[in-house]
Design a protein around this ligand. Structure first.
Ligand SMILES: [Zn+2]
Length: 182
């Protein structure tokens, strides 16, 4: 049996469903936009910082909120948004981070940026290789034929970074999904 991917609203129509979650550096949590939220990703927003910063959206100089994207695999290392309010800290996220293809693009871009520097250190080279290796997991999810295949892979991995290789994952997922329902 083959499950068709579910119809998803375009990123621009994403509506945040925030929950207050005051714990350490987190104040608000919401499911991530699009496919990333369907697969268990979340966006968290920090309380305002003590030091003022200029909001990139409205230019206000005030306490800064920072947004992070937490994914089952391949979470971005740094913040994905910042601003004076929850709305301004997260307003560009849906357009940039809604699908696994977006996550692949971010990894490829980050690796290329490290290699395009005038002087590439051994550390840069190793970090770029690590980013590319990690990006393969997002690429597997981006090209998975069905929601069922994605969910199965995420269950097999259950960790970031996963221990199972992408090639082994492909073999196992294909094998399980090819079995007739019992
Ligand atoms: Zn603002």
């Amino acid at each position: 049996m083959i499950n068709e991917p579910e119809a998803r609203p375009p990123a621009a129509e994403h509506r945040w469903r925030w929950q207050r979650h005051t714990e350490g550096a987190i104040e608000w949590v919401a499911p991530a936009p699009g496919q990333l939220g369907v697969d268990g990703g979340t966006v968290t927003v920090s309380p305002p910082s003590a030091h003022p910063g200029r909001c990139p959206s409205c230019g206000r100089d005030t306490g800064f909120r920072v947004a992070f994207l937490v994914l089952p695999v391949c979470s971005p290392f740094g913040p994905v948004g910042e601003g004076c309010s929850r709305a301004h800290a997260t307003e560009t996220i849906a357009a940039r981070w809604s699908s696994w293809a977006d996550v692949v693009a971010a990894h490829t871009e980050a690796a290329a940026k490290l290699r395009d520097q005038p002087e590439v250190s051994e550390w840069d080279e190793r970090t770029a290789a690590y980013l590319e290796h990690r990006g393969q997991y997002a690429a597997f999810l981006a090209s998975a034929p069905t929601d069922a295949a994605r969910r199965l892979a995420l269950r097999l991995w259950s960790g970031d970074p996963p221990r199972l290789s992408v090639a082994d994952t492909a073999t196992i997922v294909a094998g399980i999904l090819a079995e007739p329902p019992g």
